[in-house]
Write a new protein. Structure first.
Length: 318
């Protein structure tokens, strides 16, 4: 654990950490004379990059250094899952989502959709349609976004609300966060962040299913793209958050891992989780979803009943 000195303004200088910090990180930390500055109100994760700063929870524990502030107790994963059966008809409601990188050039315009507990829903669109932007906007990663309505379990929320953070997990298509960590370290972090009781049997089942055993002690920076994707998916399905967002999960996977992925998605939906699945692979939708949304030029249509034939799925965006 790096040493920390508290500054007059409530920040902290982190000294002697061996993990790289990136100047573009959204947490606002900047290099300062060879040290790393944690400004007041910010937090700096060990080895993090900007996407995980915002997409992951902000746990009060040894992995995150932050200024103390009063806060209400965050529900753990078991509490959130046990409440799913009593939820309103829509687990998640989104109305009027707009997003941009430049205000005069919107990427998403008036996007609306709903998710229910216990189902996998498809999100299909061509490259550049805005799928990843939509997912990262929901998870407070992309900040250039506005919602007319965002409700979780019938209650108005903000993407940065602690309760909403505890209810969701985002697995990104391209994620190079925590480069010095291995799977065991990452799982330990997530157990702490999400207050999840360790389930070693479940973890071993996922490691075996994705054929990851020989890599579990290998740092993420040394993994191939396929193995890194497997590590992300193991984490996604090890957690029990009511909401799971999967961004291009099939990319880089071999045939065996893809089959296990489809089974894991269906099992997660059967257990009561709600999965939003973004993919370019038509088979992903025919194998795992009953309805889907089409995103084109920043606008959403649907929900549509998922066609049984992959060619019919592909025709929706052709």
């Amino acid at each position: 654990m790096p040493a920390v000195r508290i500054c007059d303004k409530g920040g902290g200088r982190i000294v002697g950490t061996d993990s790289a910090h990136y100047s573009h990180c959204g947490c606002g930390a900047q290099r300062d004379g060879g040290c790393r500055l944690l400004p007041a109100g910010g937090y700096l994760g060990h080895g993090h990059r900007h996407r995980c700063c915002r997409a992951l929870l902000d746990p009060a524990g040894p992995f995150i250094l932050r200024r103390s502030r009063p806060r209400s107790r965050r529900p753990d994963a078991s509490e959130l899952m046990s409440a799913v059966g009593d939820a309103p008809a829509h687990l998640l409601e989104v109305e009027g989502l707009s997003a941009w990188y430049e205000r005069d050039r919107p990427v998403l315009t008036d996007v609306s959709f709903t998710l229910e507990a216990g189902e996998a829903v498809g999100l299909i669109g061509l490259n550049g349609a805005g799928k990843t932007t939509m997912l990262t906007s929901l998870c407070d990663v992309h900040r250039g976004a506005r919602f007319d309505v965002l409700r979780y379990r019938g209650r108005e929320v903000d993407p940065g609300d602690e309760r909403f953070k505890a209810a969701r997990y985002l697995s990104l298509a391209d994620d190079s966060s925590f480069p010095t960590w291995n799977l065991d370290a990452f799982i330990g972090f997530l157990e702490h962040a999400y207050r999840l009781r360790p389930d070693r049997g479940r973890l071993e089942e996922l490691i075996e299913g994705f054929d990851y055993g020989r890599y579990r002690t290998t740092s993420f920076s040394r993994l191939s793209s396929g193995s890194r994707k497997k590590a992300n998916l193991i984490a996604a399905f090890y957690l029990t958050t009511p909401l799971l967002f999967l961004d291009e999960p099939v990319d880089f996977l071999d045939f065996t891992a893809t089959e296990f992925l489809y089974r894991s998605i269906n099992d997660a939906a059967a257990s009561g989780r709600s999965i939003l699945l973004s993919s370019h692979i038509a088979e992903s939708f025919t194998r795992c979803t009953r309805r889907l949304y089409v995103l084109s030029a920043g606008r959403m249509t649907g929900p549509l009943t998922t066609p049984e034939d992959s060619d019919a799925v592909a025709a929706l965006v052709s």
